[in-house]
Design a protein. Structure first.
Length: 535
């Protein structure tokens, strides 16, 4: 048994000390109501940094076994298990962190109360209660304080070269960092009423802090929980508004859009060097940066979901200015500009999206259309049939060639011709690196088409600008963005019980013109965020 296992067994079951965490925790129950959500590796890293006031991330999470790529977002509880390999990583990291902290007087002072009692037993209890409340993100029970104080007393047996306080702190830190109550966001409130369980103030504090900052609650959140402020919707709103206005929230929403809109893929693109000699990875990185800044300006500039699809605001350097056909003096720095509204309108007409969804030489209407259906409209698409290897597209333009193999009268008529190709064809004014064009192979670009919604509604448009403006008014678009927000902020799949809330919030977004900020606040002040179903 390892050094940690000896101490751990004093406060937890042997299974919890050897990696078989799941066996000792209550069942998660319904998919939409997890009671124990494991920290992501990024959350672990952020939490450790804040817990110990480290000057920089520890970097120790890089040694953890990677999580499988399941689902849209990496914080989805469905993918966050603890394997034997990951448990070993947690153990090594806990030991390394504890050694680092006790070896640095400043770090040690940040977690040890200045008024620690002189009596060894009382000192152990005081440190355990103080540090444990932050590590577990809730006050410890009297029984837990007793148990960890007993671990504290074992410190000198394992670290005889250190004084009793330092050795005790080191062993307790090692132990607590491997507890399920540190590694998981535990929700143990159990009093049910009307089929739901109201989360404790500390549980709401953790939901808020990990939703907005991807880390443990700060002092103000802990204080709000202790005062009972988070027991009311008004109290939660006050804290949510404070958190939203903090710079750390910008990083969280950059991550949300990075995953929701697949921005990672902008730098993993190749183009034909003869057709696009200006293309290189640096241009892809610039497109990624531009999209990140654009979406940030919508969320934190009082923009709405409509603005995601219609705003002409952009952020460009010299290379991107050339792609957008802008004239003027541009350099390496990104500057804010307004794009030509006759050529650009929001996300779908930005160079990064258009470039990623293109081939080596041509725009790719199929992938552009599939992306919009899946990620902008949240409309499922059945697996598309493989086209015969000997099928040769014919036509003078890119649109004609795509239509010849997937349009009306072909095997793709039922899906491509009504829901995929129309959206893709609306963006034919943009070449394979997102430059605006009016001709394709010497022929005028035809970007007009009609899209059919599942309920039979139709929208007709002349080009991508009109399509974007029409989609900005579509309930499906507001519902899709809202569903993705719910999934990301909740850290789980959107369940059947969430559908009504998602639809209600989407209607409010559309009818009231809600800013994204207000939409987010309404998500985290909803009953679904502050309560969980009684399993």
């Amino acid at each position: 048994m390892t050094l940690f296992a000896v101490a751990c067994a004093a406060v937890l079951s042997t299974a919890a000390c050897t990696g078989k965490i799941g066996g000792d925790l209550p069942d998660n129950g319904a998919a939409d109501a997890p009671r124990f959500a494991r920290l992501t590796h990024a959350q672990w890293e952020n939490t450790v940094q804040d817990l110990f006031a480290l000057p920089a991330p520890s970097g120790l999470s890089s040694q953890f076994q990677p999580d499988p790529p399941l689902g849209r977002f990496d914080n989805n509880i469905a993918r966050l298990n603890v394997t034997g390999g990951l448990w070993q990583g947690y153990q090594r990291a806990a030991e390394q962190i504890a050694e680092q902290v006790v070896g640095d007087a400043t770090l040690l002072a940040s977690i040890v109360p200045a008024d620690l009692p002189a009596d060894p037993g009382e000192a152990a209890r005081a440190f355990t209660a103080s540090f444990g409340a932050r590590a577990f993100r809730r006050p410890l029970t009297a029984e837990e304080v007793d148990r960890y104080a007993a671990v504290f007393a074992l410190g000198t047996e394992h670290y005889p070269d250190q004084d009793a306080t330092t050795a005790g702190v080191r062993l307790v830190v090692e132990t607590m960092l491997q507890s399920p109550f540190f590694l998981y966001r535990a929700e143990t409130a159990a009093a049910a009423s009307g089929g739901t369980i109201k989360l404790s103030g500390y549980e709401v504090a953790s939901r808020l802090s990990y939703a907005f900052w991807n880390t443990m609650p700060d002092g103000d959140l802990f204080a709000a929980a202790a005062a009972g402020d988070l027991d009311t919707e008004e109290g939660v709103r006050a804290q949510a508004e404070r958190l939203f206005d903090h710079p750390r929230t910008r990083d969280q929403f950059a991550d949300f859009h990075f995953q929701a809109f697949s921005l990672r893929e902008y730098t993993d693109v190749d183009k034909d060097p003869d057709r696009f000699p200006e293309w290189n990875q640096a241009l892809g990185i610039a497109m990624q940066e531009e999209m990140t800044r654009f979406l940030d300006s919508v969320v934190f500039g009082d923009g709405s979901i409509r603005d995601v699809l219609t705003s002409t605001r952009a952020y460009v350097n010299a290379d991107l200015a050339a792609v957008y056909g802008l004239t003027g003096d541009f350099g390496d720095e990104f500057v804010e500009v307004e794009l030509d509204p006759s050529q650009r309108a929001g996300f779908l007409t930005r160079a990064g999206f258009l470039t990623r969804n293109s081939t080596l030489t041509e725009p790719d209407p199929i992938h552009r259309g599939v992306f919009v259906n899946l990620d902008v409209l949240c409309r499922s698409i059945s697996a598309l049939p493989d086209l015969p290897d000997d099928l040769m597209p014919v036509g003078d333009t890119n649109r004609e060639r795509i239509n010849s193999i997937t349009g009306p009268g072909t095997c793709g008529a039922g899906c491509h011709a009504t829901m995929i190709n129309p959206i893709g064809f609306s963006l034919e004014n943009y070449d394979a690196i997102g430059r605006y064009r009016t001709e394709d192979n010497g022929f005028p670009v035809d970007a007009a088409d009609t899209y059919v919604f599942p309920d039979g509604r139709q929208i007709s448009f002349e080009n991508g600008i009109e399509l974007s403006q029409l989609l900005a008014e579509a309930p499906e678009v507001h519902a899709c963005y809202t569903r993705q927000l719910l999934e990301y902020l909740y850290g789980r799949d959107v369940g059947d019980s969430d559908v009504a809330l998602a639809e209600d919030l989407a209607a409010q977004s559309l009818d009231e013109g809600l800013t994204v900020r207000e939409l987010v606040i309404r998500v985290v002040t909803s009953g679904a965020f502050r309560f969980r179903p009684a399993n």
